[in-house]
Write a protein that binds this ligand. Sequence first.
Ligand code: F3S
Length: 643
Amino acid sequence: MGKNLFEKIISSHLVTGTPKAGNEIGIRIDQTLTQDALGTMAYLQFEAMGVPVVKTESVSYVDHNTLQDGFENADDHRYLQTVADKHGIKYSKAGNGICHQVHLERFARPGLTLIGSDSHTPTSGAVGMIAMGVGGMDVAVAMAGGPFYLTYPKVIRVNLTGRLQPWCSAKDVILKMLQILTTKGNVGTVIEYGGPGAAALTVPERSTITNMGAELGVTTSLFPSDEMTKVFFKAQGREKDWQLLGPDEDAVYDRVIEIDLNSLVPHIACPHSPDNVKTVNEVAGLKVDQVLVGSCTNSSYRDIMMVADMVKGKKVHSHVSFGVAPGSKQVLAMIAKNGALHELVAAGARILETTCGFCVGCGQAPQTKGVSLRTNNRNFEGRSGTKDGQVYLVSPETAVAAALTGVVTDPRDLGLTYPDIVLPELYEIDDTLIVEPSKDQAVEVYRGPNIGEPPKNTAMLESLSAKVGIKVGDKITTDHIMPAGPFLKYRSNVPKYADYVFYHMNPEFAAKCQANREQGKASVIVAGLSYGQGSSREHAALCPMYLGVRVLLAKSVERIHGANLVNFGILQLTFEDEMDYDRIEDGDELAIDHVHQAVEQEIIVVKNVSKGYEFKTKCSLTPRQKEIVLSGGLLNYVAKNTK
Ligand code: F3S
């Protein structure tokens, strides 16, 4: 029986376990990446492990918090640069670009494994590697040479047939996927794209699709490494990094989805979820206030050239603010050289920094109730920086159509000639902003006042007595738990950042947890379906842990966030009967007796002390994960097991 591509890469990296759906396996990691918002914690945790030089090829990117509106970000960047220098990590300076765009251009390689403390790390799956978003603690362990553990997923094959028609793009493919699979229920799944339609897509187009696999909630997405991949590597001056790698002809998959690219039309994800997908025609005519092109989803040379070509000789509509953020220094340098930058500026575009910027809520918040069309991957409520901002996700083509007309417009209705975007045979290669490490142990790591020690948890007590600190509904994202935007600058200072846990949902949450602690009680979060959607932001587990949260009771938990809860010693339980979710109220006192024994069982009984009844929950963690939680988190577990 032939192997699919995912199986092939796993079998060459397997350290422990049997690769069968549902089993926990450990794999060797070749590369790691971090970005600055989560990197400081990962490197503080790595330092705590006492390993002098990383065992992986590792890159530390600065792309999230590039606004210097206080000393905090500058302090963090200097810490990141010096810690990278000392421990053998490459450092990609602010201005070099968005981590996933740069990683794809300069580091991604077929057949390798990559984990990154950013949920869109699967972008690099576009070149046939296993690339996964994880928490910073997992990155720290991999850099120290430890295996990465994952539950072996089901593998879905997406068979692309036909060809993308003019004005339809890779973004429309992934929006279609989101319409089919939605953002819920895809935990424990990997998507492998293939077929004649996939073979015709360029690597930048493939990367738009793998990037937004994160919104589906899948473990990763990947394309085979083929002749098209070779063209990309050649253009990046890295042909030696390329190899032919794909599934066997008779590879077996758990499910096959067919998408005919010939019949695909432009799509749009409406507020406030990436799976609230309609055709652009269904929304056409809606007045637009802001249009933004950029982010790790759509900021490649191909995308920015498409935008420049479409606006050439035209003017942006008078009531639209139109921003364009090229994804990397390479893209910016090339459009500056070939004149496309001039076309953008002449048309009235605002050129934004080559960073995450608007995507992470740093700048470009829309007006109150403003309609913003964006090419990024998320439109969760409030992420734009404006609570009632109405963010729609679209392709660059659809974005430009709105920038020119002032209303949502199907780009096919513009009457323009479809631009033939020819990718260069050789991209401009200049790695000036990637600093090679000295690995000199005498390097003094800079620690400004914004850099704190990573807080530690304690081992789980025998009996747990806790109060519900908050009860939330379905699809709570890590943005809901730990707001980004202006608060992100505190990410290296957990005691300060922890004051803002659930800040937009209940600003009293931190104070309530503190009050529970003063009464000798832990705190519990009660949640509905798909808790922890969205990102690998480990602060969404770390800060609640700091506040004394020991249990999450939910209808279901997303993969990366679930792994982060384990790493920080928070027990995640799911309701056996979802009706029990309705019976619990904020402030209820809950208890679990003999916790250590209880988690060994399939069913764990929780007492609602306030209301005087008991209910059943499930703990679906692996034996290793249970041990980590009972130890009070991964740092304690590693320390215990290396004595
Ligand atoms: Fe940055 Fe947004 Fe991507 S925050 S890494 S551009 S999802």
